[in-house]
Design a protein around this ligand. Sequence first.
Ligand code: NAD
Ligand code: ZN
Ligand code: ZN
Length: 350
Amino acid sequence: MRALRLLEWRSDPVLVEVEEPRPSPGQVVVRIGGAGACHSDLHLMREFQAGQVGWGPPFTLGHENAGWVHALGPGVAELEIGQPVAVYGPWGCGTCQRCRLGIETYCENPRGAPVPGGGGGLGLDGGMAEYMLVPAARHLLPLPDGLDPVAAAPLTDAGLTPYHAIRRSWAKLSPDATAVVIGVGGLGHLGVQILKATTAARVVAVDTRPEALALARACGADVTVSPGHAAVAEIREASRGRGADLVLDFVGNDATLALGVAVARTMGDLTVVGLGGGTLPISFFSVPYEVSVQTTYWGSRPELAEVLELGARGLVRVRVTTFPLERAMDAYRQLERGGLEGRAVIVPHG
Ligand code: NAD
Ligand code: ZN
Ligand code: ZN
């Protein structure tokens, strides 16, 4: 079968012929219906280097995946061949307390995981191929009626990651609150919709690209703002002078972190999701009182079930552009140039 593989850090992936995977006991092979192209893959191709994470190339890209059960290893009784499924991407040890709660992102026994801190498309073979090996049946969630694999794939990361970041701040997102979304790409356009679907907070979206701001409005953003010297005043005005109860930074460079802290309300949350490599100096007078700053990584398996439900009920709709496997690199190039709306999804089977 064909697979798009990253052979070394800081290189473009290549489409090569590899052997079709076969499931050992407890494992499942999924026929890929869709594999999303995440900006994190560009960070892997351009910036990551040996020793930065506990895994490395070669592996097949694609960490947001959905498809149909293709082959079951001995002992897997809870799935049926042909069943549509979404792949929960972070694969932990499965037995530590975090993994038992479905929070495999924060596995406390990473040496017991298939690769420490990774998963399919992140150290192990992912979904930019015709078939993908999933090491345990617990990582597969049946798709609810009304959701096909192409729409479901981005929900497993571009949907799940903002959902997790928003859900942990729900208590602060009362109807008089303001949430700011910085970066309205794959994650951000779903972040805006998740805020609108699960809270009554006012939503302000920020992006450098006018098309992304138009997408934000189509996704329900109440106010859109271009970064620049007027941005802080515009966001403060949109929040009736109070500032943002939640800032979701889907970029994470020095400029967006500085903007985030400048618009945060006292007691607000500044949640950094983007891998932009920026830093935020913190001192007693540099941050509004009781602002919490955190990074978040992906989300939990129960949260993925909730995101799939939002998708199946049409409360969250992924803007998808599909590409065949042989054009996957075009998808990444468009993503890199800022030429995509929403998410690119690779569809390996016609
Ligand atoms: P994307 O390229 O689809 O979207 C990024 C958006 O940010 C684009 O619309 C772009 O125009 C906008 N942007 C860029 N610079 C900006 C600036 N200075 N100010 C305002 N907007 C700006 O990317 P994506 O796939 O949505 O991923 C976003 C980030 O999140 C990436 O860094 C990715 O690696 C990271 N990510 C993190 C996690 C996690 O678990 N923490 C999960 C997935 C992705
Ligand atoms: Zn990702
Ligand atoms: Zn674990």
